[in-house]
Design a protein around this ligand. Structure first.
Ligand code: ACO
Length: 380
């Protein structure tokens, strides 16, 4: 915080509480994350993305009957109108996040409840978008490769269906499980930049599709969701585990950052990271490519002195290697984050609508005052 005269400046809104929430608790010093009171470790190890979506949006873990009905609705909502797939085809050369942002925006023209801002309709739209978004990401990847999109499955779970549409084959149970855990880990994270941006949009009483488009645009940046892609690019540039330490030292000495480290809130290890670290190691061994995990582990070793300054690995550090080892194209990594986060953005919009107040901060003006206007003809 900077105080100039009577003004308290909180650049980047760092340390500012925007509102109260019942959905996500983060203890940055401890490295603790709870969704509606449930520890992320329990959810990642014992739950499913479908259960977590229900928990976040309907405020409770579902019983069997509730889960069956919820799951049936999610499966029924997976298809995307042909017009939206045509738009995907027209913009297929763009980055997958640009395509997803464009397609979600286009879906607003086809959703029967786009302008209904009731809580019930907002939740229904959020779940519909959660179901439709994997269809868009997978269809785009196939269209740009000259392949026909695979229609969504009516039987596979959310994570398995995404991989099925992306790969054009049924995923192994292990692949589907890793994707499911990844979606759980990315589902919600308080007032992060993209959720905050979605809240700003909602606070003007705009609609859910607009708020999700805002969220996707904000998530794309390398300081937020784009880091997983950057981590894998960095790993490929380093190329072998032996070169990791020297590469990192050069980068840090030059004032650069090592991607996948640091977090605005966590000043301990991001509790989500360990679930992907374990999988990165096992997957690497299974696929005969253990070098990526070793390279990342070596980077983590070089970064140890930074822990004194609260800079630890974040969720994106091992995520990139996990996706890479599963055969997911690098430019889709951040889209996967978006697929997991749609329930979280929806939840933030719901909470914003429940007790709405326009989000409108101030700026301290530091420019000139009362400058005399010179007509165009008299300007030098
Ligand atoms: N590598 C090296 N140094 C770092 C790193 C890093 N990854 N992250 C922060 N630092 C240093 C900065 O250079 C700065 O040093 P200085 O005080 O000497 O200038 C100090 O730590 C504070 O950095 P800020 O950017 O002010 O801290 P902030 O809390 O705003 O940063 C952020 C958070 C943007 C995530 C930052 O750590 C970063 O750029 N990390 C790399 C990108 C990344 O991994 N992003 C994913 C975030 S997690 C997510 O969105 C899921």
């Amino acid at each position: 915080m900077v105080t100039t005269g009577k003004i308290e400046l909180h650049r980047g809104l760092s340390g500012v509480y925007l509102d109260r929430t019942e959905s996500c608790f983060i203890d940055g010093a401890e490295g603790k994350l709870l969704y509606r009171g449930y520890n992320i470790h329990d959810l990642a190890e014992k739950s499913t993305f479908e259960e977590v979506m229900h928990l976040l949006l309907y405020k409770k873990l579902p019983n069997r009957k509730e889960l069956a009905a919820f799951d049936a609705q999610l499966k029924a909502d997976r298809a995307v109108p042909a017009e939206v797939l045509d738009i995907v085809d027209k913009v297929k050369k763009a980055h997958p996040m640009d395509v997803l942002r464009t397609a979600v925006s286009a879906l607003a023209a086809f959703d029967p409840e786009t302008t209904d801002n009731s809580i019930e309709a907002t939740i229904r739209k959020g779940l519909r978008l959660t179901s439709q978004a994997p269809t868009i990401v997978a269809a785009h990847d196939r269209i740009r490769k000259g392949l026909k999109p695979i229609p969504p499955s009516r039987t596979l779970n959310h994570a398995g269906n995404f991989l099925h549409m992306l790969f054009g084959r049924n995923p192994t149970p292990e692949e589907a499980h890793i994707m499911d855990v990844d979606f759980i880990l990315h589902a919600e994270h308080g007032a992060n930049a993209s959720a905050f941006a979605a809240r700003v949009t909602a606070s003007t009483v705009s609609d859910l599709h607009s708020a999700i488009v805002t969220g996707i645009g904000t998530l794309k940046g390398p300081a937020h969701g784009g880091a997983a892609e950057e981590v894998m690019k960095m790993a490929e540039e380093i190329s072998t585990p032996e070169k990791a330490a020297e590469w990192a030292r050069k980068r840090l000495d030059g004032g650069g950052r090592v991607m996948g480290f640091g977090h605005r809130v966590y000043k301990a290890e991001d509790p989500r990271a360990q679930h992907l670290r374990d999988r990165s190691k096992v997957l690497g061994e299974q696929k005969g490519e253990p070098q990526w995990f070793q390279l990342l582990a070596n980077l983590q070793e070089v970064m140890k002195p930074y822990q004194r300054r609260g800079i630890f690995v974040n969720v994106d550090f091992y995520a990139g290697s996990v996706y890479y080892l599963m055969g997911v194209p690098e430019d889709i990594f951040v889209s996967i984050f978006a697929l997991g986060r749609i329930p979280g953005w929806t939840l933030n919009v719901v909470e914003q609508f429940e007790r709405n107040m326009l989000i409108r901060p101030l700026m301290e003006y530091t420019g000139p005052m009362d400058v005399p206007y010179v007509p165009l003809a008299q300007r030098p």
